[in-house]
Design a protein around this ligand. Structure first.
Ligand code: HEM
Length: 512
């Protein structure tokens, strides 16, 4: 039997450490590092005692450990997204699903999505008001949700449905009913329009719920349909109903073999014994992509707006670059936003082998190890002048994949990293091309936890002028709305991002 060697950490009762972790971790983690060094053990809600690491050499070792040594942290998002979700899958099954689903989010396929994302961005930005502040997060949520729906179900299908039913100012149930009445018998594309509209209505609420529940323990018994878990299960039933209609339609599509969207790939895939994926596993995996694929990207974009309005010289250079048709600084800016404002602050693994030797530590079986993303990103030894927002550090310099880690790493690294970066690039390019962002001297927006992702507390306030309009002075503190008064633009930004205004400040928990 090998003896465990673990670093020290706080000795306060677990309950107190848990409360502290949920309410003060952003301030707590640097303090713990200052006291104990770059690795320590700490008690976290739902995970128990964990080893927290932030040395890139140890992080690299962990990320490169095979699935016989470590698997995903437990509990993980699989308990909300289902046993067929990437987060729950392990070993060969996990590898096989990655092999199947990496291609739709990489390489040439990304190029094809650029125009679609530009189109979604233009559609959303068309309703933006000029000269007054509003939160960008709801807009970013809609853009990224539509983008991922189109990637998952096929650009044509989901896009056509949106063009038909997306922007008419009626409720989703009304639109769904009208779509069925008008087109129900007319074939696959139009019938699916109703389902996409229902998903657009349901998913933001469902993801918000799932994000919050992800950091809470499972209740010991069923607390009924009005409890948070009960309400989530109710949404899940609605989701399953919509997806089973979409799966049935796709299953009967005579051109399924020619399709290369994610749903078609899953339906055509076979296990080694020749069997097909069950519909419930397909539903879990689709939910994983739809959920993981939009809130994270949207919150990062909201942070990009928040950062750029406070760095007018970077903003001015970016506009010049867009006008000149360049992209190097924009790409570097997106990397720097993710370094300084990582929307997920921890990724974890659980030791499966009898023990795992990692750097100075010997970690016993069953122990969770958490990589503290923000600690690495803020480490002066890794990123000199780490507190400064300086996109220049990434111009013509690729980040090291074990130091710059907003997407995690190794065999479980985010499957949508390239897709998300392309998406943010196109959204930012379109935004800077069509609008002048008005700088602000307001204090930085604080972090606010949405459960899994950490968003700017005021939703990434923006104030813009269309670029054809004459110049106006910057928006100063005095001109801003009172704290907490987040105004959606005229034209009705409904749905989107409930919750970012009412959560407690400065929550920044470590997430599965
Ligand atoms: C800025 C946007 C995003 C951020 C910051 C982000 C971050 C992350 C992180 C930290 C992980 C865990 C990685 C690990 O355990 O090492 C992850 C996993 C994952 N992400 Fe993302 N993500 C983003 C966008 C996306 C998009 C657009 C998609 C969909 C295409 C996506 C799909 C996934 C999936 C399926 C996993 C699980 C991978 C696995 O377990 O093998 N994410 N993401």
């Amino acid at each position: 039997m090998t003896t465990a060697t673990l670093p020290p950490g706080p000795t306060a009762p677990p309950f107190l450490q848990g409360v502290y972790a949920l309410t003060r971790p952003l301030r707590g983690l640097p303090r713990l590092r200052a006291k104990y060094g770059d690795a320590f053990t700490v008690h976290l809600p739902i995970f128990g005692r964990v080893l927290v690491i932030s040395d890139p050499v140890e992080i690299k070792q962990l990320f490169l450990s095979g699935s016989e040594l470590v698997e995903n942290v437990e509990p993980n998002l699989g308990r909300l997204l289902g046993p067929g979700s990437f987060f729950a899958l392990t070993g060969d099954e996990h590898r096989a699903q990655r092999k199947l689903l990496v291609p739709p989010f990489h390489g040439r396929r990304l190029k094809a999505y650029e125009r679609i994302i530009e189109e979604e961005t233009e559609r959303e930005l068309a309703g933006w008001p000029e000269g007054r502040e509003f939160a960008t997060l709801p807009s970013m949520m809609r853009i990224t949700l539509n983008a991922i729906l189109r990637a998952v179900f096929g650009a044509e299908r989901a896009g056509r449905a949106r063009a038909q039913f997306g922007a008419r100012g009626e409720s989703s149930a009304e639109r769904a009913g009208r779509a069925r009445a008008q087109f129900g018998a007319c074939g696959e594309g139009s019938a699916a329009g109703a389902e996409f509209d229902e998903l657009r209505d349901l998913l933001p609420r469902m993801v918000t719920y799932a994000s919050r529940l992800a950091v809470l323990p499972l209740p010991p018994r069923d607390l009924g349909r009005w409890s948070p878990w009960g309400r989530f299960l109710e949404m899940r039933r609605r989701y399953d109903d919509i997806i089973s209609r979409l799966i049935d339609t796709a299953d009967h599509d005579p051109r399924l073999d020619d399709r290369n969207d994610v749903l078609a790939l899953l339906l055509q895939s076979r296990y080694e014994d020749g069997s097909r994926m069950s519909h419930s596993d397909i539903a879990d995996q689709l939910l994983t992509l739809l959920a993981a694929g939009h809130e994270t990207t949207a919150t990062t974009m909201a942070w990009a707006v928040e950062r750029l309005r406070r760095h007018p010289s970077v903003l001015a250079e970016l506009v010049d670059e867009v006008d000149a048709g360049g992209h190097a600084l924009r790409e570097a800016t997106i990397l720097e936003v993710q370094r300084t404002r990582p929307v997920i602050d921890g990724v974890g693994r659980q030791v499966k082998a009898d023990h795992l030797r990692i750097g100075r530590w010997t970690v016993p079986r069953g122990y969770n190890i958490v990589v503290a993303i923000s600690l690495v990103h803020e480490d002066e030894a890794v990123f000199p002048d780490a507190k400064a927002f300086d996109p220049g550090r990434f111009v013509d310099a690729k980040p090291d994949l074990y130091q710059w880690i907003p997407f995690g790493g190794g065999t479980r690294r985010c499957i949508g990293a390239a897709f998300a970066n392309m998406e943010m690039n196109v959204v930012l390019r379109t935004l800077l091309r069509d609008f002048r962002l008005l700088p602000t001297d307001a204090p930085d927006e604080r972090w606010r936890s949405r459960g899994v992702a950490n968003a700017p507390a005021k939703g990434g306030l923006i104030a813009v002028r269309r670029r054809s309009a004459p110049p106006v002075p910057a928006v100063s503190q005095a001109q801003q709305p009172p704290v907490g008064a987040v105004h959606p633009p005229a034209g009705g930004l409904t749905g989107g991002a409930p919750g970012f205004v009412e959560s407690p400040d400065d929550q920044h928990p470590v997430h599965p």
